[in-house]
Write a protein that binds this ligand. Structure first.
Ligand code: ARG
Length: 563
């Protein structure tokens, strides 16, 4: 129970006849300054009921409230200011965390409902971008958070594996490509071929016709075309998988755009039957002016389907296959119109479940304030960024803790964790700057800082040989520990907030606050000194490790015990 709930319960006992506990709860406030206590209750709302001045009500109420959980209750005009009894509350919180461990903050609110999460979704034969990294780590964290509150996440990698570019690639590969080169460095080589195609096509427009012809063959299931397409796809996936392995992210489905090729005809038929398709200069569109949106282009004049046509088929397929209670799309902010159109078309088709579809957008990664796309004239390969982060983490570990036995493993957890944490610590819609040196620092608001704090706390427990006992009393009463207790106590609400807003940054920020509060405590307190509060202090340290580790887990980041 958090402090507000405890106070609500106590007031409720005194005003049972007039108010429900929920009504009391809604009236409670968080005082701005510590001198006004931990929770405040304004009595104005009771004035009408009791036909008395709020000041009088406050004074009367204070006498009626029984409060072994409160240090004192101040009456300040119409306000009741509750000061929690630190000893009672700290013991309550520490015992609860000792008992529940990493399940503290779990909830069953999701009722095991399926939530499809469209995430990562890079394009075949192209490098996976920093935007796809964001989608991957944000989607992964959302899946972990939703799982904690009782939903069943279904992670779908909606690969960009279809489109006219595959005709171009086939032509370029047949003219200038080699099997060995593609096998050695699939993405680099396929990208090179794609660029070469465009360069040559400028002076030889006939190449474009060839490419169209090959794409047509591909659509018609021509054996040779399909063979090559499959190969490009699997070679690209192998390369993407290296990154997914480094991030330790897995998917429940890799059904990409191509998967919906044979499922679009049905969508077009449904649209026709509902008289939603209009002809516009030979193309087929759905008018969305009622939504103040541009029309959705479903079929081009040459009969080709589009990105949105495949997304319509995918949305319907996901509803049929998973019967989702929510369907999320973790995709960059720049596609927000697309997802508005997608929802609107489904709504027009009469699918009320479209209300449960949510675009979860995010901002750009920049470097020096500019959109990050090229460096030294070439595309930043994510793998390179991750490897550099690991190397930098290793250097710092060697310096700080030369005797650490599993340095390489810890460096991987810290380096990758740093990149992931950096991505998740800001509100996802914000653009943010990426400077590697900043990201992997052991101080400041970084992943390594939180990991390091966790490891430091683990070392203390290790030294003391301490494991908390859920039956003991762990009473603490100093101000520094109280700051930590409040952060720990609020954990279930923090998790719920992150889940409701699809916002991993809520978790990352919580971990930073806990780490900062703990380091302050650690600097001011001799934890291992022998006195009657030693076990309570150790129980606090133990609770901090439990929550920091759980925070990091929800972000998809490891918490090494030593570093
Ligand atoms: N492949 C697309 C891109 O890189 C993202 C796909 C997002 N998911 C979707 N269902 N449209 O831009």
């Amino acid at each position: 129970m958090n402090n507000k709930e405890i106070v609500a319960q106590a007031i409720f006992e005194a005003v049972k006849e007039e108010l429900t506990i929920e009504e009391v709860g809604r009236l409670l406030e968080n005082p701005k300054s510590a001198e006004h206590g931990d929770v405040a209750f304004p009595t104005f709302a009771l004035a009408k009921i009791y036909r008395k001045a709020p000041q009088q009500i406050a004074a009367d109420l204070a006498k009626k409230i029984n409060g072994d959980r409160f240090e004192k209750i101040d009456v300040v005009g119409p306000y009741l200011n509750f000061f929690m009894n630190k000893e009672v509350i700290s013991s309550l919180v520490l015992k609860e965390i000792a008992k529940e461990g990493s399940t503290f903050g779990d909830s069953v609110i999701g009722n095991k409902g399926n939530v499809t999460i469209d995430m990562s979704s890079p394009n075949i034969a192209k490098p996976i971008s920093m935007g796809h990294l964001r989608s991957t780590v944000i989607g992964n964290s959302i899946s972990l958070i939703l799982d904690k509150v009782g939903f069943q996440p279904v992670k779908i990698n909606h690969l960009g594996d279809w489109g006219t570019q595959f005709g171009k690639l086939i032509v370029a590969y047949q003219k200038w490509g080699s099997e060995e080169k593609v096998k050695a460095e699939p993405i680099t080589e396929l990208l090179r071929l794609y660029v070469q195609f465009h360069e040559v096509a400028e002076s030889e427009p006939a190449l474009e016709d060839e490419a169209r012809a090959w794409f047509k063959k591909l659509e018609e299931n021509d054996e040779e075309a399909v063979e090559l397409w499959k190969w490009f796809r699997s070679e690209s996936l192998k390369e993407f998988d290296k990154i997914y392995q480094m991030l330790e992210v897995s998917f429940d489905s890799y059904n990409g755009e191509a998967f919906y090729n044979d499922k679009m005809a049905e969508v077009v038929t449904m649209l026709e039957e509902k008289h939603l398709l209009k002809e516009d200069q030979g193309a087929e569109i759905v008018d969305l002016s009622a939504y103040e949106l541009n029309p959705a282009l479903i079929k081009k004049s040459d009969g080709a389907t589009l990105y949105i046509t495949r997304d319509l088929a995918a949305a319907i397929y996901r509803k049929r296959t998973y019967n989702f209670v929510k369907s999320l799309y973790v995709v960059g902010n720049e596609q927000s119109i697309h997802f508005k159109q997608l929802k609107a078309v489904l709504k027009e088709m009469g699918f009320d479940w479209s209300d449960e579809m949510t675009h979860v957008p995010f901002g750009l990664i920049t470097q020096g304030g500019k959109k990050l796309s090229t460096r030294k004239g070439k595309i930043i390969l994510l793998e390179e960024v991750l490897n550099e982060a690991i190397e930098s983490a290793l250097n710092q570990i060697v310096e700080k803790n030369p005797d650490l036995p599993n340095k390489e493993e810890v460096a991987r957890q810290v380096g990758v964790g740093a990149v992931v944490f950096h991505d998740l610590k800001n509100d996802r819609l914000n653009n943010f700057d990426f400077e590697l040196e900043e990201v992997v620092r052991f101080e400041g608001e970084t992943g390594p800082y939180v990991q390091y704090t966790h490891a430091r706390a683990m070392t203390i427990l290790d030294k003391a040989g301490f494991t908390p006992n859920p039956e003991a009393v762990y009473a603490l009463n100093d101000g520094d520990s109280w700051e930590i207790i409040k952060l720990l106590q609020n954990y279930p609400e923090v998790v719920m907030q992150a889940a409701n807003q699809y916002e991993p940054s809520v978790i990352a920020k919580h971990s930073l606050k806990v780490a900062q509060a703990f380091n302050k405590y650690y600097a001011h307190t001799k934890i291992l000194v022998e006195d009657e509060q030693k076990d309570a202090r150790l129980a606090l340290v133990s609770a901090v490790t439990t929550i920091l580790k759980e925070d990091l887990r929800l972000l998809g980041v490891h918490a090494p015990n030593k570093m």
